[in-house]
Design a protein around this ligand. Structure first.
Ligand code: GAR
Length: 194
């Protein structure tokens, strides 16, 4: 059974989908920690309700990324975290976490990467007037949404698509796809075969 930490900066609907998948035995993992970089994020309320401990930090209060990531890393080690799952975590992961969790940090992004990396991928897709967008799940590397793709699912945009309607379609895909992909990854990973 894998121990995971979920990093989420926002409302945490993906955090909730992963929690629900664990509770209904669709995902074999133990969610040991929420890491959040915003004091006002709704994901914190969700973690409290689910009795999942959280580490909430304010980046500005640290001298550098290395400093706050060192503190996060210490907690990940204490909790024997196997995988870091990014679910709407809006910061680049730095070398401190990357070198300790190489190949074990996963991200979900609301576009068909390499299209529309970075912030506001949904707004970028609408502005570009594409007919198709989607969801990507990938391993995290030092770039912005650039690591090797694990899975993608596409969605069609309608003529009168809005940010809200596209976000709803994307969330619907994400909430199913992310737990499924994590389950596949956790149950086929090398360590289990040792
Ligand atoms: C999700 O759509 C996720 O793909 C996106 O943030 C949203 C978080 O929603 N992530 C990124 O844009 C990462 N670059 P949630 O807080 O409701 O899970």
């Amino acid at each position: 059974m894998k121990n995971i930490a979920i990093f989420a900066s926002g409302t945490g609907t993906n955090f909730q989908a992963i929690v629900d998948a664990v509770k209904t035995d669709k995902l074999s993992a133990v969610i040991k920690l929420l890491v959040c970089d915003r004091q006002d994020a709704y994901s914190i309320e969700r973690a409290i309700k689910e009795k999942i401990p959280s580490f909430v930090f304010t980046a500005k209060e640290y001298a550098s990324k290395e400093e706050y990531e060192t503190e996060i890393l210490q907690r990940l080690k204490e909790l024997e975290i196997d995988y870091v799952v990014l679910a709407g975590y809006m910061r680049l992961i730095g070398p401190t976490l990357l070198k300790n969790y190489e190949g074990r940090i996963i991200n979900i992004h609301p576009s068909l990467l390499p299209a529309f990396p970075g912030k506001d991928a949904i707004g970028q897709a609408l502005k570009a007037k594409v007919k198709e967008s989607g969801v990507s799940i990938h391993f995290v590397d030092e770039g912005m949404d650039t690591g090797p793709i694990i899975a993608q699912q596409s969605v069609s945009l309608s003529e009168n698509e809005t940010i809200e309607s596209l976000q709803a379609k994307i969330h619907e895909i994400e909430h199913k796809l992310y737990p499924q992909v994590l389950q596949r990854l956790f149950t086929t990973s090398q360590e289990d075969n040792k």
